[in-house]
Design a protein around this ligand. Structure first.
Ligand code: MTE
Length: 326
């Protein structure tokens, strides 16, 4: 079965109907950054939100619907928040949901360094002043399972414009929080901590590249990378680094955790490619977690080049041999 998405991926008036997400008790429990978000987003006003009959709570998180969407069945919230990879909390799929409650994702800031005109420490409030939008993306893990997740965030390009990279900047490196007292998985030398990832600057600027602060209309649960993570939908999921605390611009390809750990299995580019097998398994098909197969994950489907986003990103790799492992 082939996946489909709407093209062209441009906004229309219908796609930008404003939505308001009201922070509720669940947000407070799951996200843990509600107070930060409240401070960041100001007062809710008007009566057109989903809670129109209720008094608007102080400081609703606002976002717009975007054309970056798919009509494919969404992964149930429950599954997307209990079947996770977040090795800082353990290597089993259920460890992050069980243990990430210990993480305190506020206050939060991201240190921006390297080849930029405006290096510095940017707090989450400042970053969340960007226009937030909902993007429903496919997420394809290198382990050959996949989900469809409605993220809320802002384009990485907005952050890049804000910090004004120098002409010499060619790459962006990201680091996850390293806080052993709240992240029990850091005790084990599975990876060279902290978790690091990277993109070429033009990949980071691509309109699909998202800095996510929420999902399913709520602030990001800790296990999904609260309070802010990357989402790069045409690459294997390990590129979508969680709980980011550092972003560095450079003229050299940054080291990445999985590449350092097993360079023959995890390349720097790691674009989803059904034609290039992982050394230990095929990438031709994937198990879609979207409730259709239940928790047994029986729904197997074909994997598409660039995870179905070839129209948007294939040109980034003109001249590169896509059959080669990068
Ligand atoms: N980021 C950090 N810091 N640590 C991780 O272990 N796992 C990656 C990625 N980001 C990971 C990470 C992998 S392998 C995947 S598939 C996705 O997060 C999973 O994101 P999800 O749990 O929100 O579905």
């Amino acid at each position: 079965m082939l996946l489909k998405h709407r093209t062209p991926l441009t906004l229309t008036d219908n796609d930008v109907t404003p939505h308001r997400v009201y922070l509720n008790r669940r947000n407070l429990m799951l996200g843990g950054i509600a107070t930060t978000a409240l401070a960041a987003c100001g007062e809710a006003s008007g009566d057109d939100g989903p809670s129109a009959t209720q008094a608007a709570p102080k400081g609703a998180l606002e976002y717009a619907k975007s054309a970056y969407t798919t009509s494919e069945t969404q992964t149930p919230f429950e599954q997307a928040t209990t079947y996770n990879n977040y090795y800082e909390f353990g290597t089993s799929k259920t460890d992050p949901a069980a243990r990430a409650g210990q993480l305190v994702p506020e206050p939060w800031s991201i240190k921006v360094s390297g080849l930029v005109g405006k290096p510095g420490v940017y707090d989450l409030e400042t970053l969340m002043k960007q226009q937030l939008e909902e993007r429903i993306y496919r997420l394809r893990c290198v382990e050959a399972w996949s989900m469809v997740i409605p993220w809320i965030g802002f384009p990485m390009s907005a952050l890049i414009d804000m910090v004004e990279p120098l002409g010499s900047a060619k790459y962006v490196g990201f680091k996850t929080l390293y806080r052993p007292e709240q992240m029990p998985g850091l005790r084990y030398p599975i990876l060279d901590w902290p978790y690091e990832e990277g993109l070429r600057l033009d990949e980071a600027r691509n309109p699909l590249t998202l800095m996510a602060v929420g999902m399913y209309g709520q602030l990001l649960p800790n296990q999904n990378g609260a309070p802010i993570r990357l989402v790069v939908p045409w690459k294997y999921g390990f590129k979508s680094i969680k709980s980011i605390v550092e972003i560095a611009f450079s003229d050299e390809q940054p080291a990445t955790s999985w590449n350092k750990s097993a360079p023959q299995e995890y390349g720097f580019y790691s674009n989803v490619n059904p034609a290039v097998s992982h050394p230990r398994w095929s990438q031709a098909t994937e198990r879609r977690l979207d409730g259709r197969g239940g928790l047994a994950m029986l729904t197997r489907q074909e994997t598409l080049p660039f995870n179905g986003y070839a129209d948007e990103v294939a040109s980034l790799y003109d001249g590169m041999d896509l059959a080669k492992f990068y």
